[in-house]
Design a protein around this ligand. Structure first.
Ligand code: A2P
Length: 333
């Protein structure tokens, strides 16, 4: 079995730290590994697989040592600048930022949905937005079986999705301190505002959900609308997804279709108060679905409640899963 030189960019961040955990759990075939962050963290020590490493400051020469795969999670501007530099040097970047997602030459991948797109990469593969990932894992089996006419997303997103600073705003806010990351307190509040507002009145987060879902499902004409909301939950995003299917369905068949699909756990037993929640999704790699019920206000409508750990499946796990698939393909070359 081949072994690969890996790099992690943004290793001190919320997602970066989780990359390490997941790389350890999944035991990838790594020959060497390098860790990068900003000058603020350079020189700090980090432990990976019981070995100590020194964090390096990312610079233009960081990839001059035959790195095969780099996992990036250091924000859009770092990816914008450094992903092409890494790719130019023969490294394949799997990027967690939004910088490259909508670039037509960059595959946008959720391994349960469109793994084959990985093969189309020209040096950069994008990891979708956290809210999009958990949504498409659930939409894909329904899209394939019944066809989808229209989707309405309403999200309830955890503060960890806004990085370390978002997390601290809730922690400190609960002690009565003023927010630094969010424009208003998040403790005891919620903000119908994730990422910046765009000209059409939607936020960028909402537009990401719309555009990325279309790209991943390969259907530019899919009708989708979204409202994304930050809630005072530390971790794991929840989503209400209302779907109008093309074809009629039996509720039991639809539930079974979800149960059989990869990466999904159905938790749906209202009689026993069983439904997905952030506290039960935390630390897990699957997408949890419950509250599965007919939307009786339209033909072929269904409502779902979908919860996933946004730092794991919504970011780090999905990125590492892409790396694993990529390695599978590279091994065959
Ligand atoms: P650092 O800790 O040195 O600032 P989060 O989104 O959770 O806040 O994490 C952001 C990650 O991106 C951190 O690891 C941070 O490193 C890293 N980062 C920020 N700016 C840069 C940069 N210019 N070069 C490399 N890494 C960066």
């Amino acid at each position: 079995m081949k072994k690969y030189k890996l790099a992690v960019v943004g290793v001190t961040g919320m997602v970066g730290r989780t990359f390490l955990k997941i790389l350890e759990e999944r035991n990838l075939p790594i020959s060497e590994i390098f860790f990068f962050a900003s000058s603020r963290s350079a020189g700090q020590k980090i432990t990976f697989q019981n070995k100590e490493y020194v964090i390096e400051e990312l610079n233009e020469n960081s990839f001059d040592r035959g790195i095969d795969i780099a996992l990036f999670s250091a924000g859009g501007s770092v990816s914008q600048k450094y992903a092409p530099i890494a790719a130019e040097k023969g490294c394949i970047v799997i990027d967690n930022s939004s910088a490259w997602r909508m670039d037509p030459s960059v595959p946008l991948v959720v391994p349960e949905v469109n793994p084959e797109d990985i093969k189309l990469n020209r040096g950069i593969i994008a990891n979708p937005n956290c809210s999009t990932i958990q949504a498409v894992v659930v939409l894909k089996p329904l899209y394939d079986k019944y066809g989808i006419k229209r989707v309405v997303f309403s999200t309830y997103q955890a503060v960890s999705g806004a990085g370390m600073d978002g997390y601290k705003d809730l922690e400190n806010g609960l002690k009565g301190q003023a927010p630094k990351k969010f424009p208003y307190p998040i403790a005891g509040n919620l903000l119908p505002h994730i990422d910046v507002f765009t000209e059409n009145g939607y936020t960028k987060e909402e537009m990401k959900m719309i555009n990325e879902t279309r790209k991943i499902l390969g259907d530019d004409s899919l009708r989708i609308t979204a409202t994304t909301v930050r809630v005072p939950v530390f971790n794991s995003h929840s989503e209400s997804i209302n779907i109008e299917l093309e074809k009629p369905f039996e509720l039991e068949d639809l539930k079974n279709t979800l149960k059989e699909a990869p990466g999904i756990v159905v938790q749906d037993d209202p009689g026993n108060n069983l439904y997905p929640m952030p506290i039960t999704a935390n630390g897990r790699d699957e997408v949890f679905v419950g509250r599965i019920r007919r939307d009786e206000s339209v033909e072929n409508g269904v409502n779902l409640w979908v919860v996933a750990d946004n730092i794991r499946k919504g970011a780090a796990t999905n990125t590492v899963q892409i790396a694993q698939k990529l390695i599978e393909y590279l091994d065959k070359e």
